[in-house]
Design a protein around this ligand. Structure first.
Ligand code: PLP
Length: 415
C-alpha cells in the first residue's frame, strides 16, 4: 500500500513540492527547469530540515564526548552509515567509510590500496568515458609506483568496447576502475560482465557509482566488486559527503589514507597504531551534519522506492533522447542501449557554452563543457557537449521547455 502511494506521489506533480528550490524563479519571472542533476541533485525539504534540526538540537563531535549531545550525534552519524550500507548492499557494516565524496573515495583507494600493492609495470585499466575523478587519482599513484594507466576504448554508439577490454586484460592488470553510468554519455555499463572479466584476470575492481547510486538499485555484495564509491549530493543529500564501500577484510589490509584524530588506537612520538574499521579511514572531525542529511535523503528515496525512481528517470530520459533526436539541428553524442539519467548533444553550428547560456535565459539549467571528461571529448572530436540530466522530479514539460529554448537559440543564431 505504501509502495503504491509512493508511486502515485512519484507520478504526480506533487513530488515537486518536496523540493523548495524547484518553485523559484530565475532571471526575473522564468520558472526554473533544473536539468543539471548529474552535477548535483536538488534537496527535498526533509533533508534541509534534518540538517537544520541537527545543528539546532544536537550538534556535538562524534565518538569522543561523554555527554548527551555527543551520544546523540554519534547515534545519528552511525545510523546514517547503516542506512548507506543497507541501501547499497554493503558486504560488511564496518566496510562503509564516509569520505567527502566519490573523488576522495577513489583517491583513498588509489593511494592506500594502490600505494601498497602496485609495482612498476603493473597496469590499471580505466575507460575513455571516465570522469577525471576516476583518471587523475590513478595517474598520481602510477607516477608514485611506476604502474601504467590504460583505457578501454569506446564503440561508436557510446558503449565500452568489451572485446578490446578482454585484449587489454592480462596478468599485469591489478586494478580495473570503471564507472557504472557515464555522466557524459548516459551509458549504463554492464558492470556485472566487467567485474567477471576483471576477476577472471585476477584484478581488483572499483565501480564508480556516482551516477548509478542516485537512480538505480545497487547491491555491492551481489555485484562482487572490491570497491564501490558514490556521493551523497547526487542522491538528494548534502554536498561534502560520500562513501567508499568495500569488504572489511580488504580494508583491514590497507594502510590509512589520512592521518590524525579519530583514526588512531595508540600514538607515541615515534609511531602510532590504527583504530578499527571504519574509523581507520576517517581521520579528523567528519561531516556529521552531512551524514545526518544523507540519512534523511536515503529514507526519502527508500520511501519513494528505488525501483520506481529508476523507472521514472528511465522514462524521462528516453523521452528526452527521442524528442531531442527528432529536433532539427540537434545531434546526440551517443545512442547507448541503456541510459542512466543523462542525455548529451550538440546544437549544430553553435558552441555548447553559448547554447547553455541562452537556454538559461529561459530558465532552463543544463550543462556545457567537457563535463570533467576531457579524454572522452578527444574521442568525440569536440571540445565540449551540452548535457541535460534528469531526476525523478523532472517532468515532460521540462523537456518541452528545453526544446523550446533550443529553438529560440537556433533562431537567434540564424541556423
Ligand atoms: N564520477 C562520476 C561518474 C561523476 O559523475 C562525478 C561527478 O560528477 C564524479 C565521479 C565526482 O563526484 P564528486 O565531485 O561528488 O566527488
Amino acid at each position: 500500500m505504501k509502495g503504491i502511494m509512493s508511486m502515485n506521489r512519484l507520478l504526480s506533480s506533487e513530488i515537486r513540492d518536496d523540493f523548495p528550490v524547484l518553485s523559484r524563479k530565475v532571471h526575473g519571472d522564468c520558472s526554473l527547469v533544473y536539468l543539471d542533476n548529474a552535477a548535483t541533485s536538488q534537496k527535498p525539504a526533509c533533508v534541509i530540515d534534518a540538517v537544520s534540526a541537527y545543528y539546532r538540537r544536537t550538534n556535538a563531535n562524534v565518538h569522543r564526548g561523554m555527554h548527551a549531545l555527543a551520544e546523540e550525534a554519534t547515534g545519528e552519524y552511525e545510523a546514517a552509515r547503516r542506512a548507506v550500507g543497507a541501501l547499497l548492499g554493503a558486504p560488511d557494516p564496518e566496510g562503509v567509510i564516509f569520505t567527502r565524496g566519490t573523488t576522495e573515495s577513489i583517491n583513498l583507494v588509489a593511494q592506500s590500496w594502490g600505494g601498497a600493492n602496485l609495482r612498476a609495470g603493473d597496469e590499471i585499466l580505466i575507460s575513455v568515458m571516465e570522469h577525471h575523478s576516476n583518471i587523475v587519482p590513478w595517474q598520481l599513484v602510477a607516477q608514485r609506483t611506476g604502474a601504467v594507466v590504460k583505457a578501454v576504448p569506446l564503440m561508436p554508439e557510446g558503449e565500452l568496447d568489451l572485446e578490446a577490454m578482454e585484449r587489454l586484460l592480462s596478468e599485469r592488470t591489478k586494478m580495473v576502475s570503471i564507472t557504472q553510468v557515464s555522466n557524459a554519455l548516459g551509458t549504463v555499463n554492464p558492470v556485472d560482465v566487467i567485474i567477471a572479466k576483471a576477476k577472471a584476470a585476477g584484478a581488483k575492481v572499483l565501480i564508480d557509482g556516482a551516477q548509478s547510486a542516485p537512480h538505480m538499485p545497487v547491491d555491492v555484495k551481489a555485484l562482487g566488486c572490491d570497491f564501490f564509491v558514490c556521493s551523497a549530493h547526487k542522491m538528494c543529500g548534502p554536498t561534502g559527503i560520500g562513501a567508499l564501500i568495500a569488504p572489511a577484510g580488504l580494508l583491514e589490509g590497507m594502510p590509512p589514507f589520512l592521518g590524525g584524530g579519530e583514526m588512531i588506537d595508540q600514538v607515541t612520538i615515534e609511531a602510532s597504531s590504527w583504530a578499527d574499521l571504519p574509523y581507520k579511514f576517517e581521520a579528523g572531525t567528519p561531516n556529521i551534519a552531512g551524514a545526518v542529511g544523507w540519512g534523511a535523503a536515503i529514507a526519502y528515496l527508500n520511501d519513494l522506492g528505488i525501483e520506481a525512481i529508476e523507472q521514472r528517470v528511465h522514462e524521462r530520459v528516453e523521452d528526452a533522447a527521442a524528442r531531442l533526436e527528432a529536433e532539427p539541428g540537434v545531434t546526440l553524442t551517443a545512442h547507448p542501449r541503456k541510459r542512466g539519467g543523462a542525455v548529451s548533444f550538440w546544437l549544430d553550428g553553435i558552441h555548447p557554452h553559448d547554447v547553455a547560456q541562452l537556454v538559461d535565459q529561459s530558465g532552463v539549467a543544463i550543462r556545457a563543457g567537457h563535463v570533467c571528461c576531457q579524454p572522452l571529448m578527444k574521442h568525440l572530436g569536440h571540445p565540449a557537449i551540452n548535457r541535460a540530466s534528469y531526476s525523478f522530479y523532472n517532468t515532460e514539460e521540462d523537456t518541452t521547455r528545453l526544446l523550446e529554448a533550443l529553438r529560440t537559440t537556433r533562431k537567434l543564431f540564424g541556423v
